[in-house]
Ligand binder design. Structure first.
Ligand SMILES: [Zn+2]
Length: 130
């Protein structure tokens, strides 16, 4: 199953890139805060970043990884437990998993993606990462 995962590949392509996540961890999308709501290059960074489900940190770059044996139920559980750990409402985890699943299927494995508020775009295709 194809998944959105944190990567440091293509970091530096934009001069406001950052990656505090663990390489390969699953990510999700948080709505931007008030500071960045109208500007992906805003001072906070959340309008251009993805949130790591394990580290609870953020990255501006993710790569599509095709992970054998990973199921839709695993995706829901990963999101639910991450939200629970952070003290957030996890009641919408199944919907969030469905959104991420649909996003990931749109690109081939090895595609590096970036976020510009509500837009997710491909930066590069590097082949299936390790
Ligand atoms: Zn923010």
């Amino acid at each position: 199953m194809k998944l959105l995962t944190a990567t440091n590949l293509t970091q530096g392509y934009r001069d406001n890139d950052f990656d505090f996540c663990v390489e390969g961890e699953l990510v999700h999308l948080d709505p931007p805060c008030a500071k960045d709501r109208d500007d992906p290059d805003g001072p906070c960074g959340c309008g251009r970043s993805f949130g790591g489900l394990n580290s609870h940190l953020a990255t501006t770059t993710v790569v599509i990884r095709d992970v054998a044996g990973f199921t839709a139920e695993d995706y829901v559980e990963a999101i639910r437990s991450s939200l629970d750990q952070q003290g957030y409402d996890s009641s919408q985890a199944v919907h969030e998993a469905a959104t991420l699943y649909c996003l990931a299927q749109y690109w081939s494995a090895g595609t590096v993606l970036e976020r510009r508020l509500d837009q997710i775009a491909a930066r590069a295709v590097i082949g299936q990462p390790q």
